[in-house]
Design a protein around this ligand. Sequence first.
Ligand code: IFM
Length: 770
Amino acid sequence: MRIEQSPEFQIHLQNLRSKEPLFLETIYNVGNGHLGVRDSNPLQGNNLDYIGSPGLFINGFFDYNDVSYGEKYTGYPESDQVINRLLDPRYIRIRVGNEDSAVEHFKVENIDKNLDMQTGLLHEMFSITTPENRNFNLVVESFASLSKQNVYGIRYSIIPTNFDDDVEIIKLHNYANQATHQQNEDVRVNQSVGQMQLDFIPDNGQPSYLITTFRSQQGLILTFQANENLAPDPKIEYFKDENNHYGYRSKYRAKRGSQKNFEFLFAIGDIHPLVNARVYADQYLSALDNYIRDTTFQSELMASAQVWQTFWLHSDVKIDGDPQIQLCLRFNLFELNQSAGRDGYTSIPAKGLTGNGYGGHFFWDTEMFMLAFFSYTQPQLAKKLLMFRYHTLNIAKEQASEFGLSKGAMYAWWTINGYESSSYWLAGMAQFHINADIAFAVEQYYTITGDDDFLEKYGFDIILETARFWMQYGNFTELAGKRCFVINKVTGPDEYSALVDNNYYTNVMAQFNLRLAIKYADKFKQTDITSRLNVSEKEIEAMKEAADLMYLPYDKEKKVKLQFQDFEQLPPMHLDQIDQSLFPLLLHFHPLMLYRYQVNKQADTIMADILFPKGNTKEQLEADYDFYEPITTHDSSLSKAMYAIAASRAGKKKQSYDFFSQAVKTDLLDLHHNTQNGIHAGSLGAAWQGVVYGFAGVVNNAAHFSLEPKLPAAWNSISFKLRLHHNECLFTIYQNEVKIELTSGKACEVYVYDQKVRVTSQHPKETCSY
Ligand code: IFM
């Protein structure tokens, strides 16, 4: 199979020398949801002579670190979880004549890098000069397989440009903990690292390792194989060094202008409890080895490329009229697909598998910013992401109980294994809205897919237990002479305020969560589902009352939804008077200086407007937008795409385009100046929502699927596919008309503004003016 390289799918940045190397390490990562490899100087390894931040990240492979508190109160997490940064599989040691890249400093310059998003192949060329001025080009091609998620492939080609001499390559990885130079004051970069141990598994005919963590007691097997047929003269040999470390090496006489290739396939295992990993190491290894035995770099690359093709077939978004935004958006979708855990036990770290920013944790980012993309375009993957929440439901229940609640589930705000690990609980654990966010995502998935089996076996459990949490954490009271249900002492999405009473977003989401529990308790009435979950009529009655009486703070004078109770009492922060160098504010102000003001880090109340458009008038949306936009710094990368959607719905076309265009460029143009620590995964998914919920105006509330397009003036069209139950539709939206094509399934009914359009397998194409 050969795939034509289309220029629109290439990340081929120019002037690499002018770019920050750590930024390039992130942008040119390759991953597949199980593993992620940062791009790096291939000669670096653990040699700190070379300044980089390389590493291999395995989704869910973490270690604990102690957290030290000045005053440690009951219930504070003992330890933080942090994703491990493992050995760099790109590393190769090269000897040229008497010079050795592991001993001397070889000057390595990036000449060219190209990431082909159609195949997932990263192709790079480095120019390398030794201290004695021998120069050679090193071409490195690598990919993380989407077809076999345990597989990573790398191929090196060496081309001397000014010498004939002996060249030796040594491919040996003898450390587990990848060293980096990273020293960063940024609170968003986790400084702590996990500690791993590497043991060689001897006599296996190829280098094989058992890697274990000290405190989280996890283990995995890793092995790699050289393609021996590729370099027959001289052979690449499996060897053991004086320290009993196993690797491959090959020594040959290199000639100026000649090219010699070496390729390796890695098989990187699944995560096991440490004891099992040790006891069954041989068994696991031989199963793993099957992935790379009797195959080659090229055939695995092609198999993986085919999966990428399927991905693009269903998930691409085409924008006609804006090539730069088109490329950025494709990069975003590509990275989302590279980051998503697919085993039901992992999710999407906030930085994908591209760095250890935020310690590699999962947040609400997955459910509220990324999941919609997967539910609409790859529902089987969306389900796996939700299964992570189902598989950690018992932990969430245990946490609720340890917290002192007699019922319900309390999901962690910041976690890898399901347990809360946020040591700054004010902006962490107190973001209880995550419980409703997860329930919302379950409902969204169910609305899109109609997956009854999922709802019955897993989804309703999540919805019910999170609804129970609200009944425990909130309470009925009287406010201004009226009986209400209030939820006090929470932190909403905006992290420039903390521990407030009745955060609008939280309350409206909790209300929705309660109503979902009520709806499905009714649907499953008198089935063994409700008896299994001990649902009583009395409990559901109480939920109904709480939902109906939910307190939603509102400023009647200004006619705006209040971010939280008494928000109007805070003085505004005059953002225009703050020096640009002091943004993001979180890096320059004590949190209390921010909490005391009307200032937002990110969309908060506005998100409630976006998520619940029904019954919200355009006037209300406009009033909320006009109130919150000027006090929002967008210091969180999750913010701008949400404002783009709100602006689009409020008819503010220019603002919408501007916000969207900044959101979609977040990583590729490094607009937050911290892409070096990893991509902003939530922001990538939010940009997709910017197109689909914003410019296309998609609203889907189970009974009614509609589009209300408002295309940016400069664009000719956008097109994308969405799955709706068992159907898939291709929507192409022009300035004044929408084309709808049923690409699979039997029939689909959608609204374009108020016009009903029906496409069927007999009449799959319709056009509708608007
Ligand atoms: O989840 C987000 C939060 O909303 C803002 N701070 C960063 C987190 C991880 O992306």
